[in-house]
Design a protein around this ligand. Structure first.
Ligand code: 6YU
Length: 497
């Protein structure tokens, strides 16, 4: 029975691979993935800088613990360093925010004392926790996280920082701007003014100190793919339109590819990124998406977060430093948007993470830049980006001769099959939008054959959106939806896999 059911999966990122893996294991033999690019992995993309392995896309396993399926698979495939496997590592709970020993540099070329900026960090952390709690309380006081942070810092600083001298208070507000920019990178948003306060708490972090894949994140994809039948994926085969609810094709769905090929299937699982969906929904589905689903696609946020790798011959940061923050001393207004994009886009880069261990990575930093400033950066030549980065570092270190050896940046906004980095819940979003995102077509209440088109991908997970584990779980979710739709698959057929 399962062998006769034809399933097409659009997209070979982790959600598409996970769906195929689950279906094949359950005995479905007629599964095919159509992928627009020449590779699998999507936003999991491992690259290199000389001999050094770097991640162009997803970086960490967020919350590596028993509940995290990416951690469990990576452990099973032997892809992690021993430290990440320890119970101590799995028990550390950082609430999904950047950790690590920091260095702070200011735009006038001074290294700042951590104690001097600590009151700003402490207040910001307290406010971020409060932001996550509105979901339970309802009746949030502002529409966006950015508005709430600014309003609360102004009020609380008047009381809490009243004995701090004006120059230091000004610096603390500049530090708040820096942390807002860091949040833009974490949330994949242009500005925290665009991230909804009421729905902010829907995102759930898992315990465990974030860890990386020493041999590259793509090792996860390669291992999963090695357990799939050869030829299951057709590469460089973009899907142009999914025809559903078409009386002419009976109960089937018809997938029209860019090269003109037409493939009929009983079910199609669409895993394209939300950025792509926002741009192409009107041509990707025929008939168009139902209005409630379309409005959720439009309401949900999908922004850009890029990396700029910068390699040096020698470090200018402390030996134990894990994260470098760049604090602009003219930003006491607590903003995360740069008005003069063309001249000052680099101000959006909030800082660098230091790649460790040094024996593996040398003196390599990863800079983080989100938003429209990041999208503008993508339009510049590598030489222009290198020049800006060099000037930035010379300014913040006060060292006019420090020169990067190599620079390499990601360009996720220009990636035609992704159109950005990952999703967030924008202002006006609620739990209902995530429910709408994952709802199959035809929608509930229709008399048409059910489960014609199913939706997976990070932007369809109710609490782990924007992550690899979220995306993987949505692939499994949609595979399970189909598996339970065919209860006649006998246990013996299941055990054959
Ligand atoms: C994580 C991390 N990480 C950094 C950067 C990026 C992302 N993420 P895919 O896009 O993979 O697959 C779809 C496929 O469809 C693709 O191959 C297309 O080519 C194809 N396609 C499109 N159109 C098609 C068509 N028409 N026909 C055929 N095929 C088509 N996640 O866990 N750890 O460190 C990071 C990071 C720079 C860009 C990340 C990270 C996000 C993940 O990469 C991403 O979710 C999944 O890979 C998506 O898989 P997929 O299958 O859905 O799509 C408090 C709070 C705040 C909330 N946020 C906190 C979490 C922060 C998230 N962290 C991100 C940080 C980094 C650094």
């Amino acid at each position: 029975m399962a062998g006769n059911v034809k399933i097409v999966i659009v997209g070979c990122g982790i959600s598409g691979v996970a769906a195929a893996h689950r279906l094949v294991k359950a005995g479905f033999q007629n599964v095919r993935i159509l992928e627009a690019t020449a590779r699998s992995g999507g936003r999991i993309k491992t690259g290199s800088l000389g001999d050094i392995i770097i991640e162009i896309g997803a970086n960490w396993i967020h919350g590596p613990c028993e509940e995290n399926p990416v951690f469990c698979l990576a452990r099973q495939y032997g892809l992690l360093d021993p430290k990440a496997l320890t119970p101590e590592n799995q028990a550390i709970d950082v609430g999904g925010h950047p950790q690590g020993l920091p260095n702070f540099f200011s735009s006038s070329g001074w290294k700042l004392n951590a104690e001097d900026v600590f009151p700003a960090q402490e207040m910001f952390a307290e406010l971020m926790t409060e932001c996550s709690e509105f979901q339970c309380q309802k009746g949030e006081p502002c529409a966006s996280v950015g508005d709430f942070i600014r309003k609360e810092v102004k009020e609380r600083a008047a009381e809490k920082w009243k004995n701090i001298n004006p120059a230091t208070r000004c610096l603390l507000q500049c530090m708040i701007s820096n942390m807002l920019k860091a949040e833009c990178s974490i949330n994949g948003a242009h500005s925290m003014d665009e991230v909804g306060l009421g729905a902010f708490g829907l995102y759930k972090s898992l315990p465990g100190l974030d860890c990386t894949f020493p041999g590259g994140y793509e090792g996860l994809i390669k291992n999963l793919m090695s357990e799939l039948p050869d030829g299951l994926v057709t590469y460089s085969h973009p899907v142009q339109c999914v025809h559903w609810n078409d009386a002419k094709t009976g109960n089937s769905v018809m997938v029209e590819c860019e090269d003109g090929e037409r493939i009929t299937a009983d079910h199609v699982i669409v895993t394209v990124p939300l950025g792509y969906l926002k741009k192409h929904h009107s041509t990707l589905f025929h008939p168009p998406l139902p209005l409630h689903k379309l409005h959720s696609v439009q309401r949900m946020g999908f922004g850009t977060n890029n990396k700029i790798f910068v390699e040096f011959d020698a470090p200018w940061w402390d030996a134990d430093c894990e994260i470098i923050y760049l604090v602009w001393e003219d930003e006491d207004v607590m903003v995360d948007q740069i008005p003069d994009l063309q001249r000052s886009w680099i101000k959006k880069l909030f800082g660098f993470t230091v790649l460790k261990p040094t024996e593996r990575y040398g003196h390599l930093l990863c800079g983080w830049i989100a938003g429209h400033e990041s999208e503008y950066m993508e339009t510049l030549s590598e030489q222009e980006v290198t020049c800006e980065i060099t000037q930035l570092i010379r300014r913040f270190t006060g060292n006019p001769t420090v020169t990067p050896r190599r620079v390499l940046r990601s360009q996720w906004f220009q990636e035609p099959w992704t159109c950005g980095s990952y999703s967030h819940l924008a202002t006006g979003c609620s739990e209902q939008d995530l429910d709408n995102m994952m709802e199959p077509l035809p929608p509930k209440g229709s008399n048409a054959p059910p489960l014609q088109v199913l939706f997976a991908g990070e932007a369809t997970h109710s609490c782990f959106f924007s992550t690899v584990h979220g995306a993987l779980l949505t692939g499994w979710r949609e595979a399970d939806r189909l598996i339970s739709h065919y209860p006649s698959i006998s246990p013996s057929e299941l055990s054959k896999s």
